[in-house]
Design a protein around this ligand. Structure first.
Ligand code: F6P
Ligand code: MG
Length: 532
């Protein structure tokens, strides 16, 4: 594949920068990043002050903590004074490439003059440098506590989804009557979870399709609650977002209820019963319709056309945030396995703490462990504490199931420095340092990109007209004649949090500009964009 003519300082259209007044890039450099950086200082300060007096390395750790606080303070100063970027000083494996890129494209540039994408990625890499230069804090994640708190506040939504995935549809079924075939079938259905009932009829069934539309909604709206956008996470707001999200998923299932003909009778009765229950609240239904309207470009049907023909394929998730979003991604990944579309899922996490809430491998393992330990009384501080034993069991069973996927190699977690470089994804097929990653990812049937930053990197974070087709905006990653069979199909699930959106119908931008001024950045609107 020919190398792209574009570079970090020369994207296909004019780059988004922090120097454009009223842009989200400007707001981010001006107000959001200084707050994010100050929180790192608070976190390190709190952590080293809570070190036990008995810690034999306490003095060394405290000294290093002070050096980190100083380095982060210096970084904030450089950002706020728009100082030139300086080369990185640590010895991590990606440092040579970072410094070369700086020298090649931004030798005389600074925070507000460079592209917003470069400046923001550089900031998080500099944060890592402050920790990497120490001995005792080199693997410390200054965002972990924030990620954990927001995840905890998501408990209600997490439990609700776990029940649909794991809990028998009728756990009180003690029917001891004759053993007729119907009773057997009935009992079987009632012992299955709602999701398993839906997918039990095979990949081509209406139940499986219905579940697909539900799972994609959960996966999409999981991206609405990331921490870097919520400067001061209002946990009640997080809960409210999730409540709306779950209603959205119910709505999409109920909209398909006329075509459940292929389900066996018991399964169908169960599905109908559930649908009736969901439909009964008229008020909620109208709220749901409003929510579906918030997906300004929705390629879910095209994605379904692709997925329904896959059997035991490999799917790659390019992850975004930890917490509820990761949970939602795992739910979708679990669905793909149970429905038989995939037999291998590769999750791409970040190597270093990134954009506050992004998943690093520790978050992945930690999430599975907390589910597995739900309600565990031998643990003095169980993370999830639902009082209902059925809910506890659903969480634990889910944790166990997902652990088993990992143990059996069905789910794999991997990292690569490319994901925390400043490079847009245009460079994935040709950047020398990303060749191993690209070659491996070519074995996949489908790439799923989650979240806003991944979207910005897909479309090179520049000023595209909003009606530009997605397949044009992703350049070398679209499956054009040139690269046929070289790049698998891909989809982006993204709630809008930056001033770049493509793939919209004519007139949508103009309507949205009137209806909701901040529609590009509030995280309330979304796109699901597919490239075949
Ligand atoms: O700081 C700006 C930004 O890159 C936005 O585009 C977005 O608000 C956030 O950071 C990251 O969002 P996501 O976690 O969805 O990639
Ligand atoms: Mg993120």
């Amino acid at each position: 594949m020919a190398a792209t003519p574009y570079s970090p300082s020369n994207p296909p259209r004019k780059a988004l920068t922090g120097s454009e007044p009223n842009s989200f890039g400007y707001t981010t450099l001006q107000s959001r990043l200084p707050v994010i950086v100050s929180k790192i200082v608070d976190d390190v300060y709190r952590t080293y002050h809570s070190l036990p007096d008995t810690d034999p390395l306490g003095t060394e750790k405290a000294q290093e903590a002070k050096s980190i606080i100083e380095a982060i303070g210096g970084l904030r100063y450089e950002l706020q004074r728009d100082k030139p970027f300086r080369p990185l000083k640590d010895a991590l494996p990606d440092v040579t490439e970072w410094n070369q890129t700086l020298a090649d494209y931004y030798a005389t540039s600074s925070w507000y003059k460079a592209s917003w994408l470069f400046a923001e990625c550089y900031l998080y890499r500099r944060v890592k440098e402050a920790f990497a230069l120490t001995q005792y804090w080199r693997d410390y994640d200054p965002f972990f506590e924030q990620k954990q708190n927001v995840f905890k506040s998501s408990q209600k939504a997490i439990v609700a989804v776990a029940m649909r995935l794991m809990s028998p549809t009728d756990s009180n079924n003690h029917d001891n009557d004759d053993d007729s075939t119907n009773k057997d079938a009935d009992r079987k259905v009632k012992s299955m979870s709602a999701l398993d009932v839906l997918v039990s009829q095979g990949p081509e069934s209406e139940g499986t399709k219905e579940a697909f539309f539900e799972m994609t909604q959960i996966c999409l709206w999981g991206n609405a609650t990331d921490l870097s956008l919520l400067d001061n996470p209002d946990l009640a707001k997080v809960e409210e977002l999730q409540r709306r999200m779950l209603m959205t998923s119910s709505s999409s299932s109920s909209s398909n209820n006329s075509s459940s003909a292929n389900l066996d009778k018991q399964a169908q009765e169960h599905v109908e019963e559930q649908q009736q229950r969901r439909q009964k609240d008229e008020k909620e239904a109208s709220e749901l319709e409003k929510h579906a309207d918030k997906i300004l470009k929705n390629d879910t049907t095209l994605l379904w056309e692709k997925v329904k023909d896959m059997r035991n394929g490999r799917v790659d998730f390019i992850l975004d945030n930890a917490g509820f979003e990761l949970y939602a991604d795992l739910v979708f990944a679990d669905y793909l396995i149970r429905a038989g579309f995939a037999s291998e899922i590769v999750f791409h996490a970040k190597n270093i703490p990134w954009f506050v809430s992004d998943v690093i491998p520790f978050d992945f393992q930690w999430t599975l462990n907390q589910l597995y330990k739900a309600g565990d009384t031998s643990d003095s501080t169980p993370f999830f504490t639902p009082s209902d034993p059925a809910e506890q069991k659903a969480l634990r069973d889910l944790g166990q199931k997902w652990h088993a996927y990992v143990d059996q190699g069905i789910w794999k977690v991997t990292t690569h420095d490319f994901w925390t470089s400043c490079y847009a994804f245009y460079h994935l097929p040709t950047l020398p340092s990303a060749q191993d990653l690209f070659k491996d990812m070519q074995k996949s049937s489908l790439w799923i990109f989650k979240g806003d930053l991944n979207y910005r990197k897909l479309v090179y974070d520049c000023h595209w007209p909003t009606t530009t087709p997605f397949t044009e905006a992703i350049g070398p990653l679209s499956n054009s004649d040139d690269n046929k069979e070289r790049v698998p199909s891909l989809v982006s699930f993204r709630t809008n949090k930056a001033d770049v959106v493509v793939g919209l119908e004519p007139g949508v931008k103009e309507r949205m500009d009137k209806e909701a001024k901040d529609w590009m950045v509030s995280g309330e609107y979304a796109v699901i964009s597919f490239s075949p």
